[in-house]
Design a protein around this ligand. Sequence first.
Ligand SMILES: Nc1ncnc2c1ncn2[C@@H]1O[C@H](COP(=O)(O)OP(=O)(O)OP(=O)(O)O)[C@@H](O)[C@H]1O
Ligand SMILES: [Mg+2]
Length: 406
Amino acid sequence: MDRSMLTYYKTIGEIQSCIAASQTLDEALHASLKIIVENSQAANAVIWYLDKKGDKKLHPYYWISPIDLTSKKYSPGVGVVGTTFANEQSTRLLDFKATPAEDVIHTFEGIDIDSVICVPLTNAHETLGCIEFVNRADGNLFTDEDADVCEIMAMMAAMAIDENEQIQDPWEAGNVLMTIRGITREFQNASGVVKVLKGVNLDVYDGEFLVLLGESGCGKSTLLNIIGGMDQPTSGTFTFLNKDYSTANQNELTEFRRKNIGFIFQSYNLMPNLNALQNLRLIAELVETPLDPDLALEIVGLSERKTSYPSQLSGGQQQRVSIARALVKNPKIILADEPTAALDYATSIEVLQVLEKVVSEGATMVMVTHNEEITRMANRVVRMRNGKVYEITVNRHPAHATDLVW
Ligand SMILES: Nc1ncnc2c1ncn2[C@@H]1O[C@H](COP(=O)(O)OP(=O)(O)OP(=O)(O)O)[C@@H](O)[C@H]1O
Ligand SMILES: [Mg+2]
C-alpha cells in the first residue's frame, strides 16, 4: 500500500474514533474537520449548512480559515457551494486555474484560488449542506485521494447529524462596525524587522461578544492596539463605520479613540490619588456624551464604594472600576486585554458577569483571553496563530458567566 492510501485509512480511522468520542454534534463536526485539515493540509475548510427555517440559504457553520466568513451566504445552485448542494454531487476543481470557471462564484474572495474540493453533506433522507476545502497550505494541489477522504468524512458527519441532534439555527449577526482586511504589523528591533501580524482579516459586528485567543506572542495585543487606534498597521485596511482609519493622522486617531473605544487592561491603571468616582469623572470630562459616572458605578455594582481609593479596593473591585471607566466613555466598542488574568476564579466570574451584562445592554466587546473556558460566553471565538486568524467559531448558545468553571 502506498503512503497516500495509508494516510487515507489513518484519517478515516481518526475521524471515526473522534466522532464516537464526541459528546455533541458540534464537537464531532469541529474535531473531524480539524483532522481532515491536518491530513489534507487544507488552508481553508468550511462546513456549510442550509437554513431550512430561515432564508433557505447555505450558511457557514464552522470554518478554519484566515478569512472571516461569518456573513457569507449562498443560495442553492449558486457558486461552488450552492451547486454542490443542489446537485448533491462533489465538485472537484483540483486545479482551479486550469478549469474554465466563468460561472464559478467561490466563497473566498480575496484569496488566490488554486484548488477546491466541495462535497455534499448528505444523510439517509436529505442533503443538509456541504463541506468545502480551498487550497493546500503547502501550495500543492489537492489530490483525488484528498477528495475521497473529504467525501467519507462528509458521510460520517451526516450520519452523526442523523443520529444525534439537528444543526442549530444560525447566529443573527448585527451590522458590521469594523472591517479589518489584510492587516500586517512589522516592528523594527535590534536584529531586524519582525513581522508580527501577517494579514489579519476580521469583521466586528454591532452588539457581539467576540473573544480572541492564541498563544503568547501571536499578536493579539498588537491587533487590539490597532483596532483601538493606539497603533497603526504597516499595511492593510481598517475601517470603522465605513470610515478608513488605516492612514489616519495622530489627531484623527485620538479623536477616534475618545469617541468610540473603551479599553480595559489586565492592570487596572487607575489613578491612585483619586477615589473610584473621581477616576470616572476625570474621563467623563474628556468626552462629549459621557455616561453618568454614578450610573456606571451602579452597573458594575460598586455604588457603595464610590469614595474608596484604588488601594482600598480588591483586585476584582479595581477591575470593575476600570470597566466602569470604559463605560463612562459610552464607547461603540469595548476592548479588553486579558481583563481577568490577574484575578482568582471567583473574582473573575464577578468581572465576567459585569461584562456579560454590559454586552446584553447593547455594548460590543472584543476580549483577549488565554482561558479556553471563557470562550463559551462569546458569540464568536477567533483563534489566532502565528500572526493570522486561523479559525472562527460561532456559538449559537453562549453560556452565562455563572456557568463557567475552571
Ligand atoms: N513595540 C514593539 N516593538 C517590537 N516588538 C514588539 C512590539 N510590540 C510587540 N512586539 C512583538 O510582537 C509579538 C506579539 O506581541 P503581542 O503583545 O501582540 O502578543 P500577544 O499575542 O498579545 O501575547 P500575550 O498573550 O503574551 O499577551 C511579540 O513577539 C512582541 O515581542
Ligand atoms: Mg497580549
